[in-house]
Design a protein around this ligand. Sequence first.
Ligand code: CO
Ligand code: ZN
Length: 368
Amino acid sequence: MHPEPSQLEELFRLLSKLTELRGISGRETEVREFIIEQLEPVSDSIRIDPLGNVIAQKKGSSNAKLMIAAHMDEIGLMVRHITEEGFIYFSPIGGWNEAILPALRVRVRSFRGAWVPGVIGVRPPHLLSPEERDKPVKMDKLFIDIGASSREEVEEMGIRKGSPIVLDSSLTRLAGTRVAGKALDDRSGLAAALKAFIDADPGEVSLVFAATSQEEVGLKGATVSSYSVNPDLALAVDVTAANDVPGVDEQDAVAKVGMGPTIKIVDGQSGRGIIVSEEIIDKLVEVAKNSNIPHQVEVLPRGTTDATAIQLSREGIPAGVISIPTRYLHSPVELLDLKDLYYTVELLKAFYSQLEPGWLEGLKKRIR
Ligand code: CO
Ligand code: ZN
């Protein structure tokens, strides 16, 4: 099966819309409202839980239940201090490589709802000593300049301690079917899970879609939503680190962009993330093969996903992960291939449509 250009165009539009929305961890309202709007016409039930997770269901005829989870939040910053002269110091929300911060464009949310543009200040080379030139400036020494000249001016614009800050970058089409922009982690997973949920025809198995909150700060939304949903199996849909770039040896690539979604085997340092059961890996690979969906398998040495928290919910919930290979994670130029996004949707749909309630309900008893 190959995607038509019009199908990739549709995915590009959905991904553009989702990445345009601004929602750092714990401040996901913009994303949540859009997701609810999309889900309302197609769901049998929708609810929002106290952590802000959106949980929608298409009811099947049996008690068996598959949960698909993707996180709504993106990494960001928060206002920590405003100086007398109107400069803004900030704290990180989520995992940053601080070397990329100087000279970035950002948006700071006013409590009136506007997103105020700003830039992260950077020292000009003219003023740097040879020693300073060699080392990156620490994040707590960096500041945002919104063009204001005093603290009063900043405050009058509706910015105060705790105001959320996001990267300012829009989704750009690159060569072929590749795109780059902010928050592909995890709006691409969210796009795939949303599209698969919308398209799915419920049969015997109920399908639950959880758009989770606060993944980037400790898998928090997944922890509580999986408790309330209590599925027989959960699949997290997230990005993974494609490291298929110059200067990286083949064995360290993890995944390659354009080669299909990856089926997770293990992640986190020394397996402290998830170790997916072999039965779940085998099933996902089997479905990908018999549906002719290109795919890869993934061993990720660092980082993890919602599935890690879900697996430890209640008495233990079988969980797996489908990832979209993405370069330059946690930056304004995250890069992926729309074909991988397309095949992620196809894999989710094929997996759901081929599920047997008996197999699914037996998962909690068969340990492999
Ligand atoms: Co992330
Ligand atoms: Zn993610």
